[in-house]
Design a protein around this ligand. Sequence first.
Ligand code: AMP
Length: 592
Amino acid sequence: MSCARNGGSNNIIDWFEEVAEEADKVQTETLKRILELNCGVEYLKKWLGDANVQEMEASALEALYTSLVPLASHADLEPYIQRIADGDTAPLITQEPITTLSLSSGTTDGRQKYVPFTRHSSVTTLQIFKLAAAYRSRIYPTREGGRVLEFIYCSKRFKTKGGITGGMATTHVYMSEEFKTKQKETKSFTCSPQAVISSGDYKQSTYCHLLLGIYFSEQVEYITSTFAYSIVQAFRSFEEIWKEICGNIRDGSLSSRITIPDMRKAVLDIIRPNQSLASKVHSKCEELEVIDWVGLIPMLWPNAKYIYSIMTGSMQPYLSKLSHYAGKLPLVSADYGSTESWIGVNLDPSLPPEKVTFAVIPTFSYFEFIPLHRQSQHSKFKSAVDDFIEDDPVPLSQVKIGQEYEIVLTTFTGLYRYRLGDVVEVAGFHRNTPKLNFICRRKLILTINVDKNTEKDLQSVVEKGSKILSNSRAELVDFTSHANVAKQPGHYVIYWEIKGEVEERLLGECCREMDASFVDHGYVVSRKSNSIGPLELCIVERGTFKKIMEYFIANGAALSQFKTPRCTSNPVLLSILNVCTIKKFHSTAYGD
Ligand code: AMP
């Protein structure tokens, strides 16, 4: 049963219920389809030889495939993807030539990397949007012809050496014909025109999203973004710029902050002077300012029914600020996917974000699940740092409720038994397809926005910074880190415990060196645009890390297995670290 057989938007729920009922069989058929489409490609030939994929019965093919094709990491596929990026048009991983590559924010090892993007990627994206919208509208019906305030953004696209288009997957989707058609055809229209979405300048786009959102405020049915961070970031800036926005609405003008000609034109083509709206919004904002903007969203968007965005995983830290702005409006957690493949849909939009699960869509990819067992099963701590023992992968039909797994994907875009690096837990079943809880990324530890850093990245950054210490007679005893999002822009804090005396000047240098040593593209870009602030180095007093270890031990960890967490948001650990901080340093503006 292919994704093409979804039977149109009215039937999309029926379609999904049907494939979920037969998830096991649908998975086997999905794998057969992927292999039929791509049989003979260089990567598969290496493992399957000349196996007659077309003639084989689907379940025999599934057994053959999982026994002959090994589990792969991105590194295993990278040489093929690199050849594609360099312009090799031979059938390497797919029969159809790949013309677009996405920069994934990184899952397998938390590092950004190229992932193939095909028409299938944008088609399934729109399909899951439609499916999720159908389930949402059962609980939160919206008015036909209403509007959506969408905080969505494109990054810049580029060409690889071989002329392949590169960029973030969301950008490819927002630039795709399928998306543009959907924008014209949906029953709720986005407030912002394409020129605002695709400007490539997030500050200017945010201003225009907010301006148009206010301009159309009576018509807005819900507010959305891909990740919750963007909504929070937008409203934090609204607190600063609301007077200017009111001024623009009053006069039908546009702030001189907006310098991109296409965007200026597109926005000015829409707005007309509206004095009464401007003064209404102005007086509401004056009231909101006094109460620290609690309930900003329902106050300014009186017809909004809910807020919709990914609020799970690394977005959880933004939930309290989002609720602050949302007042009593429901927060609806969006679906689960990755650049590599969409995975699951939230079928129960009424659940709060902490309880949301994602029902696997069995036509999108062929999914396998590696059972994971935590080494520190007896510890009550759930660490985001890798701490697992694995069993052999099982197909979707064999997953068990309560068990944690790493997801493995075989996709229509040419990834074969590809380890995604996400840890999920099976929370239950919808008909016969599993419903997943997102647990964590196996190896990612530092992230605020689009930046993704692994424990290894942090280690190498700290190593570089601490080399400077060797100019004095001091040594680094231990370290950890924290992604601080309490104030905008968020920033990284690295905590160091040092033995020996160091001049303050040298410590300042260590801090700057560490900031400059993060090589992650997301971090570098965010630092340059100051959407991540200067790095903070906190020097803690001697014995601090011992206190942390004692805290773990007191709560059930075994000393022989204890590892200092390299990143933490645990309030108890942070309070130990902050109380024990004796000196603080900040790096300068990025690149200075
Ligand atoms: P990217 O590689 O940039 O496409 O990011 C995809 C990753 O974001 C996934 O592998 C997950 O780790 C995370 N992610 C995506 N959707 C969700 C979600 N609904 N809840 C939690 N994490 C998510």
